[in-house]
Write a protein that binds this ligand. Structure first.
Ligand SMILES: [Zn+2]
Length: 377
């Protein structure tokens, strides 16, 4: 429900602005009454909901997000409500993201929900790496991202030429042309132009969104399989990179996150879709192997340790993405596979790596969590 006082305040303010504008411009007699910010946000939310409802059935299937965003997601729920694992403390990145979300008013939260959902669909269904991609709010991560995806394509023995790496940028929401392409993915053609115009309008009339630079708009990364909308791709959010920098993991952010998301591509290529925490811990392990391996980044033990702390920072306390301790253990296990092998330059075939991790995974599960998971079957 919109806050009444706020609603009226905005209405009066908007009326004053429009009266001033009416003197300066010829407003057609039949023009509709000016909308309030609240009406704009509600209408945009409806457009984005309609867009999601109009997508092809498999558009979002198998798309794996790095974190469950604290902003309510438009579209199908990826996780049923459940109680947190007792005694577990969520990772520092999730704590920070929740804190950012808690600072939003209900109106800002609704605008954020609509626009982050819209920008995710842009990255998933419209963006392409055939155009040069700019990573980081000011392009400061572009060189590292380009280097990382090139190394990953050479490293793992899966079909890789068609795995795109695309930048997820909140600032793309400011482009009406890009938003029109995005709405065209599922909204009735007659509504596309108005919806795209409204997206840009809301981006700038809700100051908290910072014109697309609020980190929550793109505080995530994801990996998408071949048969989803837009095909095989890894998306890396500017908001995620800014946040990881803030938390102190900047020197490993791009390599660790893209290494993890590419790990999902390794699983996709082998149709390995575990229905437990190993679906996230596996990519942590493959990513750890990659960054520690001389043919990956060959990072030293201090830097390897930093990667495991970043893995832990996105751990949650539900039986979905792995707890911080589980994820740290999975990343460290992967790193150890690289540093302890007889021939340091040999790269374990991806199918073998998957099998080895699936054998190891039960030992990385704390007993209490293993019991619950077993009971769930
Ligand atoms: Zn993941």
């Amino acid at each position: 429900m919109p806050n009444r006082t706020r609603f009226l305040g905005k209405t009066f303010a908007a009326a004053g602005t429009v009266a001033a504008l009416a003197l300066a411009t010829a407003v057609p007699a039949a023009a509709a009454a000016p909308s309030t910010v609240e009406q704009d946000v509600a209408q945009l939310y409806q457009y984005v909901s309609d867009l999601y409802n109009g997508l092809p059935a498999d558009a979002l299937r198998g798309v794996d997000r790095l974190i469950e965003s604290p902003i309510p997601q438009i579209g199908p729920r990826s996780r049923a409500a459940q109680d947190p694992i007792p005694g577990c403390t969520e990772g520092s990145l999730l704590t920070y993201a929740n804190k950012l979300a808690a600072q939003l008013t209900p109106l800002e939260n609704q605008a954020m929900s609509a626009l982050s959902g819209l920008s995710q669909l842009y990255v998933q269904g419209v963006a392409t790496d055939k155009a040069p991609q700019v990573f980081g709010t000011d392009g400061q991560y572009t060189a590292r991202a380009t280097d990382t995806i090139r190394k990953l394509r050479d490293f793992w023995d899966i079909e890789s030429w068609n795995i795109q790496l695309v930048a997820w940028k909140g600032t793309d929401l400011g482009s009406q042309a890009k938003m029109a392409q995005t709405f065209s993915l599922g909204l009735a053609p007659a509504k596309v132009k108005n919806a795209a115009t409204l997206a840009t309008k809301v981006l700038y009339e809700v100051p908290a969104l910072q014109g697309g630079r609020h980190p929550l708009l793109s505080l995530n990364a994801f990996s998408a399989p071949a048969d989803s909308l837009g095909g095989k791709r890894v998306a890396l959010g500017d908001g995620l990179l800014d946040t990881v920098d803030f938390l102190g993991f900047d020197d490993v952010s791009v390599e660790a996150v893209v290494g993890h998301e590419y790990g999902h591509q390794v699983d996709f290529a082998h149709e390995n879709h575990p229905r437990n925490e190993s679906s996230e811990m596996g990519p942590d392990a493959y990513g750890g192997y990659f960054v520690a391996h001389p043919k990956g980044f060959g990072w030293d033990s201090r830097t390897q340790q930093e990667v495991t702390y970043l893995d832990a920072s996105v751990g949650d306390c539900y039986h979905s993405h792995g707890t911080p301790d589980q994820r740290k253990a999975a990343g460290a296990w992967g790193e150890k596979q690289a540093t302890s092998q007889g021939n340091p330059n040999r790269i374990i075939p991806s199918a073998t790596m998957i099998r080895k991790f699936q054998e190891e995974y039960p030992k990385l599960m704390p007993p209490a969590a293993a019991t619950v998971a077993a009971a769930r079957g």
